[in-house]
Design a binder for this molecule. Structure first.
Ligand code: DQA
Length: 147
């Protein structure tokens, strides 16, 4: 299976950014953990972080051409603002799980709305870095049952 893990703005700061909210695990640690799991299970795994909305959109477009089966997506603050990312995901029809380290429903009002949740296969929010691993296993199960 071919997975793409996409990370939006400010997630490059994980580890030092508001550790009381996002924990102390770095994005590199998250990537390393997912790579170990993927290698064991013989999956292909791409891992990308960008602070630019257009780069995330282009990665989603490219994923379609590259035969990515499933996207694990933490869109960061673009979750709450980006119709363009929603359209990119709808336009390519690649199934995805929306991942958030924090529980976006227990925070400020503006974080409670996501432009992506209703078109996601699932949303994992509030499990910290472990949420990415849960998403990978969930995506694998989804693909086993739906392809
Ligand atoms: C986040 C939650 C978003 O509201 C926030 O803007 C982020 C990180 C999370 O992983 O909890 O940048 O996506």
């Amino acid at each position: 299976m071919n997975f793409l893990v996409l990370n939006g703005p400010n997630l490059n700061l994980l580890g030092e950014r508001e550790p009381e909210v996002y924990g102390t695990t770095t994005l590199r640690d998250i990537q390393a953990g997912l790579e170990v799991i993927s290698a064991k299970r013989k999956h292909k795994l791409g891992f990308v972080q960008s602070n630019a909305e257009h780069e995330l959109i282009e990665k989603i477009h490219a994923a379609k051409k590259e035969g990515v089966d499933f996207i694990l997506f933490n869109p960061g603050a673009f979750t709450h603002t980006s119709i363009a990312l929603r359209d990119a995901l709808l336009g390519t029809s690649i199934p995805f799980i929306e991942v958030h380290l924090s529980n976006i429903f227990s925070r400020e009002e503006f974080r409670k709305h996501s432009y992506l949740s209703d078109i996601a296969i699932a949303v994992i929010s509030g499990m910290g870095a472990y949420g990415y691993e849960l998403a990978l296993l969930g995506a694998e199960e989804y693909l086993k049952n739906n392809s």
